[in-house]
Design a protein around this ligand. Structure first.
Ligand SMILES: [Mg+2]
Ligand SMILES: [Zn+2]
Length: 196
């Protein structure tokens, strides 16, 4: 029996504007069209899981409760446009904190959840009974594409929003398509699913 299908979304530069580290909910702004893209994917039956690296926690700039408030704001802004997420999964770690003297040692380690590793996607699949081979990864960085590949997703899509693949983290990661924004990614996925 096959599981459900879903779309894994990166957060910064994919759903909300890339503005550097977000340590205050007020800094969070949605990318125009992102909410309607999420709504359309849900209407087509997709499980929607945000997967995001948030070393802001490891750097000691925000604790997990503070990050929870940022995500509450994200879900509230999406909700105003009729869009909902199934989960927001985050990696709070950093392998080598940029400011060791200020960083929280509890989060300073190599982990399995920091993209390009697939840990967050695997966790989402476990939690919602997803068939990874029927899932999609959408993000604005090459590390998102690599995470989607490592998880065995059906396709990994790179967006021209945010850093637009300019992170240089995983230069060998090849996206299935490079698209203007999350709206265009929703179109691409819905077409692939035969629901366009
Ligand atoms: Mg991003
Ligand atoms: Zn982690």
């Amino acid at each position: 029996m096959s599981g459900r299908w879903g779309v894994f979304l990166d957060r910064d530069g994919t759903v909300n504007e890339e503005v550097g580290l977000i340590d205050d909910p007020k800094r969070l702004r949605l990318i125009p069209g992102a909410a309607s893209a999420i709504r359309r994917l849900r209407e087509a039956g997709a499980v929607l899981v945000v997967t995001t690296n948030q070393p802001v926690v490891a750097r000691g700039l925000l604790d997990e409760a503070g990050l929870g408030r940022v995500h509450a704001r994200l879900e509230s802004l999406l909700g105003e446009e009729g869009a909902t997420l199934d989960a927001v999964l985050f990696c709070p770690h950093h392998p080598e904190a940029h400011h060791p003297e200020a960083a929280d040692p509890r989060y300073r380690r190599e982990c399995e959840c920091r993209k390009p590793k697939p840990g967050l996607l695997l966790e989402g699949a476990r939690r919602f009974g997803l068939d990874l081979g029927s899932c999609y990864m959408v993000g604005d960085s090459t590390r998102d594409v690599a995470a989607g590949r490592a998880a065995g997703c059906r396709a990994a899509l790179l967006l021209k929003t945010g850093v637009a693949g300019g992170d240089g983290t995983c230069p060998d990661a090849r996206p299935d398509a490079v698209l203007d924004n999350l709206e265009a990614a929703a179109d691409w996925i819905l077409q692939r699913e035969g629901r366009a």
